[in-house]
Design a protein around this ligand. Structure first.
Ligand SMILES: Cc1cc2nc3c(=O)[nH]c(=O)nc-3n(C[C@H](O)[C@H](O)[C@H](O)COP(=O)(O)OP(=O)(O)OC[C@H]3O[C@@H](n4cnc5c(N)ncnc54)[C@H](O)[C@@H]3O)c2cc1C
Length: 479
């Protein structure tokens, strides 16, 4: 909750930016900001501070960075509880308030507050015909996406989401606010590209923008799952991911699950149709020339994102067709049996390629903690993502246990086959620890901040139970 309060103190800054910068994200930002301040004043009268009030003036002078004291917010909001935060968020979204997004067209950047989700960011950028290297589903948040690297539909062309950040504004555990970029705190800048909750609370991401292409091509093609045909399809997928995907700027995911189908999710920035990876006729073919926003919406409406209890893990492996098939067969054996008892359970195993195409962007932006691993993996890597969902809370421990068991089995197989991949090399992991030692000297964030993934060796005095929570948290599983 502390974190939420802190993040929401950004609202004051954001409302101000929307009214001050020459370009904003709505056609009539000042009216919209006023509308939001009025709506918030009605909903939370004691928490909204208008210019001229003592609290407003006091808060105006609490910034560490001088430029921030020069910004005059239209109003300031100080939430005290999580329900305040929730009410504020609802009011802002209901009134389409342009909080914490500022597009600076001429500089080719967008300044993003971490409380936004990608749906609102893309919608705000679209009128400028701009986009950025963001999430592939509208509901995903900006903060966690960037702090985990971030795989985007634009990644084959522009690398990870975090490769495109050229400045982080953040608050350290000792309360210091600073900017990390190529010339100011460059070591921290590098580490934040995979920073999660290890270095501080990021209060603003300054990110490159790219022209929004009028058309892209993508959608799903699904084929019957057979023991004779599917291993060949997987092998074709691996070959394509290694050699062709980057040239076509196409990100494809391979999805296997409890249904008797195998799905290839195509998403190409070029509007030219991609080749089918199977000679079989697809049972579903939703590939089409369309817009980027439509592709993102398409994925949101899929099975993955519905409101259910869920647990997931990721594992980085070398692009290797036999491993993919064997991991799937093992998962299917395990979960087909479990399904007899837990009928409402659903699961999916998704592989997404991370190839040399991802490396290019980081050359320009100072590198990142996963760059050296990628450069060493000549044939590219894949991130295996296992997702299980259910509805009944009394099934939680059974589902968690099953997910952990599959993760451990898969990791062990990957090691045996020598296809186990790391996201970060040992040298870079050591460098991450060193940077943490500088910016969170007491290791406070490792001890107190639950959530996100922690740099190994920095889990303080956590007991075994808490370690498990970290292990199971939805983040990159392996550093
Ligand atoms: C449906 C779905 C689709 C997804 N699609 C993609 C995708 O296309 N590409 C991809 O790469 N990932 C994707 N992910 C993974 C997603 O990026 C991570 O789950 C990410 O952590 C979500 O971030 P959030 O801000 O929404 O979540 P949160 O739970 O709010 O944040 C996750 C963690 O990040 C840390 N954090 C968040 N904000 C800040 C901040 N401002 N400062 C410091 N730490 C912070 C916190 O420790 C927090 O525990 C997807 C996840 C889901 C559930």
């Amino acid at each position: 909750m502390k974190m939420l309060s802190l993040l929401f103190s950004l609202l004051a800054i954001a409302l101000a930016e929307a009214s001050q910068t020459p370009l904003s994200v709505t056609t009539d930002p000042i009216d919209s900001v006023q509308l939001c301040c009025t709506a918030l004043s009605e909903a939370l009268p004691s928490l909204v501070h208008l210019p001229g009030s003592a609290e407003y003036e006091h808060q105006q002078h609490t910034y560490f960075i001088l430029q921030h004291t020069e910004i005059q917010p239209s109003c300031r909001v100080s939430p005290a509880t999580s329900s305040d935060v929730s009410l504020i968020m609802t009011t802002l979204t209901k009134n389409s308030c342009p909080f914490a997004i500022t597009v600076e067209e001429e500089k080719g950047l967008v300044r993003l507050g971490p409380g936004n989700n990608w749906g609102s960011v893309y919608a705000a950028m679209e009128p400028y015909n701009l986009t950025t290297v963001g999430g592939r589903m509208p509901e995903v948040g900006v903060g966690g996406f960037f702090l985990g690297g971030g795989i985007s539909l634009l990644s084959f062309q522009h690398g990870f989401g975090s490769d495109n950040i050229f400045n982080y504004e953040l608050v350290l555990s000792n309360g210091t606010i600073l900017n990390a970029n190529a010339s100011s705190h460059p070591d921290l800048f590098w580490a934040l590209k995979l920073g999660s909750s290890n270095f501080g609370i990021v209060t603003r991401f300054d990110v490159r923008t790219y022209p929004l292409k009028p058309h892209v091509w993508g959608g799903i093609r699904a084929y019957p799952l057979t023991t004779s045909g599917t291993p060949t399809l997987i092998s074709n997928w691996v070959t394509f991911a290694r050699s062709e995907a980057a040239k076509r700027e196409e990100l494809q995911a391979l999805i296997l699950g409890r249904e008797e189908i195998v799905t290839i999710w195509h998403a190409s920035l070029s509007d030219v149709p991609g080749p089918p990876l199977s000679t079989s006729l697809p049972v579903v073919d939703r590939t089409r020339k369309t817009t980027l926003a439509d592709l993102v919406d398409d994925l949101q409406s899929s099975d993955f994102a519905d409101k259910r209890r869920n647990r997931w893990f990721t594992l980085t492996v070398k692009l290797d067709a036999p491993f993919i098939w064997d991991m799937f067969e093992h998962a299917k054996g395990m979960f087909d049996e479990l399904e007899l008892e837990f009928e409402e359970m659903r699961w999916n195993l998704l592989f997404q390629p991370v190839t040399q195409g991802f490396v290019s962007a980081s050359e320009e932006t100072g590198g990142n903690p996963f760059r050296s691993v990628l450069m060493d993996s000549e044939d590219g890597l894949a991130i295996a993502l296992f997702l299980i969902s259910w509805t009944d809370s009394t099934h939680d421990s059974a589902m968690n246990y099953a997910s952990r068991t599959l993760c451990a089995w898969s990791e062990s197989l990957a090691r045996q086959r020598d296809v186990y991949g790391r996201s970060v090399s040992k040298g870079d992991l050591e460098r991450l620890r060193e940077v943490k030692g500088v910016y969170d000297k007491e290791g406070i964030l490792g001890r107190l901040w639950r959530g996100g993934f922690k740099i190994p060796g920095d889990e303080g005095e956590l007991d075994e139970g808490e370690r498990k929570v970290h292990y199971e948290s939805p983040a990159r599983s392996e550093l």
